[in-house]
Design a protein around this ligand. Structure first.
Ligand SMILES: C[S@@+](CC[C@H](N)C(=O)[O-])C[C@H]1O[C@@H](n2cnc3c(N)ncnc32)[C@H](O)[C@@H]1O
Length: 312
């Protein structure tokens, strides 16, 4: 029987030769998947033998990865914001840089709950009144909406009562995956899933305006799609292609903000690292008088565009 160390070293070399920039990590994750253990156990036990069934499963997984398929689709899982999300070809694989958007959203929701509680003269998020209404536009597999709901629950926010999340998506397949992920994390309370082009013509709750619009929409320039790693070719093109300058879908959402946002509402939109100047210019052109700023992700790259309606 081959050992973990032998299989890793062979697969690592093959995956490196096939063009993976993360060959050793891929091999460790795939072997963990094949034997039903986490990566730490794999790394910690290089001399452990691997049974025949697991070795066959591993070989199949390595062959899929050699063909370029992303590790997340092969394992059927992707870690995001400390949670395990089901991942498959129905939706984009959640990216680590999107965690910056979730973190910014958590701060924004908690600030608003604190303010509402203060206005109601009580402490904590139980201030009463309307919930903070959030939308995650183009939710894909639901990563942002579910991570936000889970993070809020950990802060003792009662979903539905204090916060509602509208998760929209143009792709019905992706929306199904988002529902599955919400149910899988027991995060569906207070969440609604709606198939829509950006936002539904009539918002839920009788058209009540949104306090916070979140979105990680496609922002890759059409002519840059071919240069993406081969793994991206397994993902839905609609999840990536942002048009000639990458900002087509983001601009379409900006145009919807005046009708969708409450008077003190804001939008937090993920942008490409090379769009830190172009995205605020798009806000200036489409929403004169609105404020915008860009915050970096953990790598220090421009990532979260914040758009605010001017005060009264
Ligand atoms: C970059 S992916 C992000 C998915 C998810 N939000 C995430 O962060 O992992 C963009 C998503 O927006 C969806 N999308 C693209 N255009 C849309 C539109 N006009 N209305 C609604 N969803 C759209 C795509 O189907 C895709 O799932």
């Amino acid at each position: 029987m081959p050992t973990i160390g032998e299989l890793l070293s062979d697969a690592g070399a093959r995956l490196r030769a096939s063009g993976s920039a993360t060959a050793r990590l891929d091999a460790e994750l795939l072997l963990g998947f094949a034997v039903g253990a986490d990566r730490t156990s794999i790394v910690a036990h290089p001399d452990a033998p691997v049974g025949q069934e697991a070795a066959v499963r591993f070989e199949e997984a390595v062959q899929r990865r050699e063909s370029g398929e992303p590790v997340a689709y092969i394992r059927g899982i992707k870690e995001f914001h400390g949670l395990a999300f089901a991942a498959d070809a129905r939706a984009l694989i959640p990216r680590p840089e999107t965690e910056a958007l979730v973190d910014a959203a958590l701060v924004e929701v908690m600030t608003r709950l604190g303010r509402r509680a203060g206005e109601a003269g009580r402490g904590g998020p139980d201030g009463g009144g309307d919930p903070v209404r959030v939308a995650d536009v183009g939710t894909g597999g639901g990563a942002i909406a579910v991570a936000l709901a889970t993070g809020l629950r950990a802060r003792r926010v009662e979903m539905g009562k204090h916060v509602t999340i509208l998760a929209t998506e143009r792709s019905p397949d992706a929306l199904d995956l988002a529902r599955e992920n919400a149910v899988g994390h027991a995060a569906a309370d207070g969440m609604r899933f709606v198939e829509a082009d950006l936002l539904p013509p009539v918002l839920p709750d009788g058209g009540a305006p949104l306090d916070i619009v979140l979105a990680n929409l496609p922002y890759v320039r059409t002519d840059a799609i071919a240069d993406l790693p081969i793994a991206a070719s397994f993902e839905p093109r609609d999840a990536l292609d942002g048009g000639a300058d990458g900002l087509d879908v983001i601009r379409a959402l900006l145009e919807r903000l005046p009708e969708a946002l409450a008077p003190d509402g804001i939008a937090l939109l993920e942008i490409g690292a090379d769009q830190g100047e172009a995205a605020p210019l798009a806000v200036e052109a489409l929403l004169p008088g609105w404020r915008s700023s860009v915050a970096p992700d953990l790598a220090g790259l421009p990532r979260v565009l914040r758009v605010e309606r001017p005060g009264p």
